[in-house]
Design a protein around this ligand. Sequence first.
Ligand code: IPM
Ligand code: MG
Length: 383
Amino acid sequence: MSKTFKIAALAGDGIGPEVMHEAIKVLRAVEKKFSLSFQITEAPVGWAGIDAAGKALPDATLALCKESDAILFGSVGLPDRDPTIPKEERPERAALLRIRKEFGLFANLRPVKLPKALAHACPLRPERQGDGIDILVVRELTGGIYFGQPKKTENYSIDETQADEGATIFIKRAQRAIDTMVYTTPEIERIAHVAFKAAALRRNKVTSIDKANVLENGVLWREVVTKVARQYPHVALEHMFVDNAAMQLMLRPTQFDVMLCENMFGDILSDEAAALAGSLGMLPSASLGLTSGVHTFGFFEPAGGTAPDIAGKNLANPIAQILSTALMLRYSFDLEATADAIEAAVGKAIAQGLRTGDIFTPAETNAKQVGTREMGDAIAAAL
Ligand code: IPM
Ligand code: MG
């Protein structure tokens, strides 16, 4: 038996624990089938971390991540819980954004694929789906408006000058919120390289998204991406304004191969793209740092959220979490064939007609609505 891969499994909140349970089930089946060895250690994060150790990212959880080969993450954040806790301590910032920054996970890959069998779950008319939707969103994850400084809310006095007398009187005390969008050339370069390399393994096209007609950031983004493109002569580069990209995704999603986005645009467009693939419950993601050697430390999570409304009811779709384990095997452990096998097993379960509620429609006569656990069982069995 070869190397034992150490996996930190952080299920988090909402549907996190249920979908993580199914992902671990699939990993255990993979171990048997492919004679691999995974050392999976679970630890609390998010509200579960706050409940267990008073912090969204408990020290022990962070320490576990540091000694692991990869992090398999569920989801964190429950918008309705305790509005009094400071926003810096809430799970989204204190756990998720902190881990991204702490481990330098600047490259977020979100593959959006609409399987033929799920054409009905796509909100677009069949003629707009062409031969199928297959897009890779490459999202910059540690820069831009998410992290730029200053970032704060402060008191602010609105003053009004009375023209006649030249006197300034304070008429109102208000607040103002400041977020800063900032990108440096190296930050844009490194994510552009990720996008071009990915496109070279796909259909050789990068659509770079920006708002160069308004934002300084957009102008620099476009310049730097254009320069990097010269190193990839076989990959076609196209630039698109973000508003147009949002529209084009609805009108003609098949024109896209790799969409290269800064942090916030990628956040928004990847949700939009995921809806095309039937459901946010189908969208896995990989967050990677700089590669050193064959094994890249990475963070793997479903792109959807905690879905508190359906948590604990055996209703959640575990596929995004299971496909995230496939990405972990592919990108962090260099187990391409095993990753393919997990993806094929997901495809089989779908081809068998199994559907969680989010991808089920009664119009599909040979489909069967199943719960989270049954879907996980079927995928593990299909291996
Ligand atoms: C995502 C999520 C996060 C983000 C939230 C939960 C902070 O929406 O991973 O897309 O905005 O990055
Ligand atoms: Mg998002």
